[in-house]
Design a protein around this ligand. Structure first.
Ligand SMILES: *Cc1c(COP(=O)(O)O)cnc(C)c1O
Length: 478
């Protein structure tokens, strides 16, 4: 082998040697994931195999275009990879290749959605999606009184539909009459924070009244849909988009499925493919596509159904435990992987509980709950069980986690009292300082210790359980 010149030496050394600073950040984040409880509903723990594929040499390759129709040479193996990934995507969702096709190139859920809108609509055409405060996603047309917030409202006319305040379920009746006035060309369903399933037949009927396309964005639930544990959007929709890193447990990316067999679907294949590239993206991330293929293989195995069932059983258990403690959940339970916890009856904000949970090693996110006056001060939090289920937890373990959450809320109430104000900064100050006559900070430390001990009993894929040690820069006072 030829000698390596000095200007290329850095190409061959391991990360820890070449860049100890980045290595240390990775080590700290690894330690955080291992020592904490991950309850963010949009997150999951991808497999070691997916991470290997995602970190592979495939990152070097340019392959603009589609298999066997590329703008670059040297793509024989990339073509094989992308065709395999497409085949597995259709298999994982039990789709007939004569009736459905898929584009596996989107970089993420948001870009998949923008490409789908680009394929289905002309600029300034009309779309409807579930409103953000009711659990919808930014990319489904979100705007505020002052500002068009996302490409989906900047380049298109959008109108949100919402929940029935009495039941907190999608208000299909109101949606139907809104649609009569607005006459959407595209109806989007799917959500980021909705604990119940969808009535796709009802949505199809509303879309058909206006000759509109029906698109399901199953970013959150696709792993459960693949397992057959939720209603099947493919039976009714023209287009289905998803992320690959939420319940589907793959790398960070997106997929767009398009129907090929209906009158309405005529030409959709070309429109979707052209929208992804060249309209919205450049070269595909082939390392990511390899990771998607690996994740889809896993999602097609018989074990996948058991995983999905356990995710849902865990979410149900979490909901039941919180309700049993007298807390209020949106719809008082769940059909899927997440629960929405309404903190308003307690006089707490989502921001405060999120902050406190961060301090004790439980990762959650603040979330609007139905009827919130302001999206800026969310009155609740969102909790999901996908990641904990990937750490092998089952119902009994989730009961322990629910107990931690109950204590976190009680501590938040103590801190709020001791802070003597409703300001988040006073709350944070009190949580961090042990003071004479105040017990909040002591309770925070106690819970943090217990969460840590509990969390470290469970493996994390990609982490060497036997050799992991506390990295420089992480202080553990107690
Ligand atoms: C997460 C999510 C997206 C966006 O995915 P990114 O990969 O973050 O771009 C789109 N739609 C819904 C419903 C989501 O929950």
């Amino acid at each position: 082998m030829s000698a390596i010149p000095a200007f290329n030496k850095a190409l061959y050394a391991p990360l820890a040697e070449v860049d100890p600073e980045v290595q240390n950040i990775i080590d700290k984040e690894t330690w955080r994931q291992y020592s904490g409880l991950e309850l963010i509903a949009s997150e999951n723990l991808t497999s070691r195999a997916t991470m290997e594929a995602n970190g592979s040499i495939l990152t070097n390759k340019y392959s603009e275009g589609l298999p066997n129709a590329r703008y670059y040479g040297g793509n024989e193996w990339i073509d094989e990879l992308e065709v395999l990934c497409q085949k597995r995507a259709l298999q994982a969702f039990h789709l007939d290749p004569a009736k459905w096709g898929v584009n596996v190139q989107p970089y993420s859920g948001s870009t998949a959605n923008f490409a789908a809108l680009t394929a289905l609509l002309q600029p300034q055409d009309r779309l409807m999606g579930l409103g953000l405060p009711d659990g919808g996603h930014l990319t489904h047309g979100y705007y505020t009184a002052k500002k068009k917030m996302t490409a989906s409202s900047i380049y298109f006319q959008s109108l949100p539909y919402g929940l029935d305040p009495a039941t907190q379920l999608i208000d299909y009746v109101a949606l139907k009459s809104q649609a009569k006035l607005f006459k959407p060309q595209l109806l989007i369903c799917g959500a980021s924070a909705y604990p119940r399933d969808w009535d796709y037949a009802a949505l199809r009927a509303i879309a058909d009244e206006h000759g509109a396309f029906l698109m399901a964005d199953i970013a959150h639930t696709s792993g459960l849909v693949a397992a057959g544990e939720l209603a099947d959007p493919f039976a009714y929709c023209d287009v289905v988009t998803t992320t690959t890193h939420k319940t589907l447990r793959g790398p960070r990316a997106g997929l767009i499925f398009f129907r090929k067999d209906s009158e309405k679907a005529k030409g959709l294949e070309k429109r979707v493919n052209d929208a992804v590239f060249p309209a919205c993206q450049g070269g595909p991330h082939n390392n990511t596509i390899a990771g998607i293929a690996t994740a889809l293989l896993q999602a097609s195995q018989p074990e996948w159904k058991a995983y999905a069932k356990q995710v849902i059983a865990n979410a149900r258990t979490l909901g039941e435990e919180l309700v049993a403690q007298g807390y209020k959940l949106q719809t008082q339970g769940t059909d899927n992987h997440l629960v929405l916890w309404d903190l308003r009856p307690l006089g707490l904000t989502g921001s405060k509980l999120e902050k406190l949970c961060d301090l004790v090693g439980i990762t959650i996110n603040k979330n609007a709950v139905s009827g919130d006056a302001s999206a800026q001060v969310p009155g609740g939090i969102r909790l999901g069980t996908s990641a904990l289920t990937s750490r092998n937890m089952t119902e009994d373990d989730i009961r322990v986690v629910a107990g931690f959450l109950h204590r976190a809320v009680q501590i938040a109430l103590v801190l709020q009292r001791e802070a003597g104000s409703k300001l988040l900064k006073d709350f944070v100050r009190v949580a961090a300082t042990v003071e004479e006559g105040k017990e909040g900070a002591r309770l925070v430390r106690e819970l943090r210790r217990e969460v840590r001990v509990f969390a470290r009993r469970w493996p994390v894929p990609g982490v060497d359980f036997a050799s992991i040690k506390r990295p420089a820069g992480i202080e553990e006072d107690d």
